[in-house]
Every structure is written in structure tokens, then in C-alpha cells.
Write a protein that binds this ligand. Sequence first.
Ligand code: PFF
Length: 500
Amino acid sequence: MKREQWGTKYGFILAAMGSAIGLGNLVRYPSVVYENGAGAFLIPYFVALFTAGIPILFLEYSLGHKYRGAGPWVYQKLSKKWEWLGWWQSIVAFVILSYYMVILGWALSYTYYSFGAQWGEDTESFFFNDYLGVTEGVGVLGGIQWKVLIPVAILWALLFWVLHRGAKRGIEWASKFMIPILVAMIVLITIRGLTLEGAVKGLEAYFTPDFAALSKPEVWINAYGQVFFTLSVGFCTMITYASYLPKRSDLANSGFIVALSNCSFEFFAAIGIFSALGFLATQQGVEVGEVVAGTLGMSFVVFPQIINQFPGLNSLFGVMFFVSLLFAGFTSAVSLAEPGIAAIREKFGLSRKAAVNWLCGASALLSLLYVFKGGLYFLDIVDYFINNYGIVVSAILMVVLAGWVSKQVDSLQNHINDVSIVRIGAWWPIVIRFITPLSLAAMVLWNIYKEWMMTYGGYPQWSVNVFGWGLLAVVIIAGALIQQRRWATEPSPHREEVSS
Ligand code: PFF
């Protein structure tokens, strides 16, 4: 079995950009910025980017490229006993995939509702009551919400199809098609946003720094969380994508391009989004702070309101916004599935088709949970725990494994420098060994302390135990159990290491 490869270098860069640019850029970022000190948030954001985001991105690239495999394979190469960490990260991606697809399903419905602004005047009630049909509490499951099930099923079918086609004919092809259109649409939306009445008010809200926020540890925590999520690091995604590169590939250059384009996309798209928020606030005669909402509220309640108020071409801008969400999200969803697909192919010797069917089949079943009327509560709890602990803790373990247990950072640095034109300096091993683990550990300890003091979101303790802590435990145990099995494909010529 020969390892799959990307068609071209740009194909790989576009696929990696497709993974990085997603819902995290378009809707998560603006709401995180606003809630965490606005202009001042850029400071912790950049600190997180340079102390963890970019160094780990390079780590993932070098691991995937050097050992030519998905996460579990790569980690057991570093140290025999650490395979479970790769399963952990791949399973976290698999869990996120299950609800990411549901949110994309909502975006598909809203693309349709954009025609003639079918959500009406009260967009909040439309979203929660008419569309989701949310039940009164976390214990009440309600029935299946068909309006949600249908678009979610359509998207799953598309995802199966793209993934069956493979890295080059599926993932690369979808990214080449969707990313340029996405960028063009966001440029148009941003220009239109900037020319709306009240745009300046929105920009003030985006950039005016609240320096007091910098003394709050949770602001720093949120900056790290955002950086991991937006760059797609800590999920074995970038390991897997880099493993499909040819032997001679400029890793450093690609890493810089992907990080830079992802972060500037996020930064500029937010200019458009905040302008639109300023416009809405002006129309309603309120402060911008009153129209900003959380990630989901921003997309499905506030944006429809903005579209309602638009001076013209309302349906067109509605469609453009929701299709942007769909394109950005779809190429990310593909990359949430691929680490698990590649991992089970290697471990169990499955064909691509079989691996896609197993992994996406299971994730699609799991996503049914959020299609119930009471599903929103589960989505919220799972998202919070998986993001706050699942990723950050695994990232600490990952840098400890590379920097201390296997002591491979220097040889990985050499590997990157051997294949790249730009050289990675001595800063990189130092950051991976010291700065990343220490800053991440400080952040997790603070978070756990906060969790002891109060139950997340005021939900009943049982629900947080099951869908939060319980789920995390299942993920870790599953990884440890899979580690006990033998590798079906070992040894295999296609995974010959690239010498460094
Ligand atoms: N980076 C994506 C976003 O910003 O929405 C989310 C994501 C995709 C996270 C793929 C992790 C991943 F492996």
C-alpha cells in the first residue's frame, strides 16, 4: 500500500488553510475578542500564537512528515508507550466533528431561510423555538427535530463522498474549490460592512483596548484556546496532513503561510463583522455591546437581524454569509475526520472506504444526539469540556513527549531545516521544551481550580459529569485500549521514514 500524497504543494497549503479557516475564524473569534478586552486581547492572542500555536504547528508538521503516519503511529515512534495520546487527540477531533457538522447543518438551513429573510422579526425566538425547538432543560430530550436532521444528513452525505475520494481527489479538490470562493465572499462582505452606516462604532468596539482585562487569567486562557482551535493544532490534523507530503517539501515556509493567512483572515473578517454589528447597534439606537453575542448567537440570531436591516440585496448578503460559514466549516470538518480515518487505516489495515465508513458512520450517529430538541444543551457541555481540557492537556503531553520523554526536538528541528529554505532557529526547541508546557500548565491549573469552585454553566452536576468529565474519561480509556492491539500494517514500506 503506497501512502497517499497531495497533488501539488499548493494543494497541501490550501488543504491546511481549509482546515485552519473555519467557524472559529468567522464567528468564534469576534465574540471571544469582544468578551476578552477587545483591542487589548490582541496581546494575549499574539503571546499564545508565538508561545504555543506556531511552535506546535511546526512540531506537528515535522512529526507527520518525518514519521509519515497519523497521530498514533507517530507518537509510538517517539516512544512505544505513548500511542494512546494520538488516539486521544484523534478521538477529540472525532467528537468535535459530530457537533461541528450539526452547526454546519444549521448554516445550510439558514442559507435557505436567507431567501426572503424567512426568520422574521424576532430572530432569537425563531432560532431557539421554531428552528431548534429547544426543550426547557438538559434532562428533557424532546423528539427528533426534522428541520435540523435533514440538512445535517445532506452534509454527512457530502462529507462521506469527499472523504471516499481521498486526500488528493477529495480534500485537496474541495479546498481548492471552496477556499478562493470563501475569501472572495468575505472580502465583499467586509467591504460592504465597512460602508454601512455606523461601521465606525463597530470598529471602535473591536479595537478600543480594555487593558484591565489583561490582569484576568481567564482572558489568557481564552487566548490560548482560540489559538489552538483556529490553527487546528493539538488534534493530529496537521500531523496527518503533513504525512501526505512528498519527501522534499518546504515545511517551514508552508507553516508560516498557513499561520499567517489563517490569522489575517480572522483579523480582517472581524473588521467586516464588527462593522455590521456597529450598523445594527446604530439602527437599534443601542450600544454595540448590546448586540454582541456568543458564537452561536452571533451566527444565527444577530446576523439574521443585521440582514433584516440591510439597505438592499438582503437575501444575497444572507446567502453569502451562510455559504461562507458552510465553505469555511466544511473544509475544517474534513480535517476533523481525516486524523481518525488515517489512524484506523494504519492500525487495522483498512481500506480508505472502509475507514471512512466506520469513522464517519460513528460520528454521524453521535451527531444524532444534538439533533434532538434538547440537543443544544449537550452540544454546549461537550464543546466546553472537550475544548478546555481535551485539547490543552493533550497539547501539554505532546510537547513533554517530544521535548523530554523522547528528546527528539533537536532532530525534528534538523528535519525541518533539511527540507526547508527558511531555517527554524534555536528558539524553537527552547519554546517547545520550556515555554509551551509551562504556559499551558499554568492555564489548565487555573481552569481546574475554577471548575472546583462552580459547576459549568449552572447545569445539573450529573449532566456535567456524564457529558463533560465522563466523556473525557471515555476518550482516554479508549485510547489506552486500542494501544493494546497490534498494528495491522507494520512493518510496511510506504511508511519508510524520511531521513534527517
Ligand atoms: N480550525 C477550525 C476553525 O477555526 O473552525 C476548527 C478545527 C478544524 C479545529 C480542524 C481542529 C481541527 F483539527
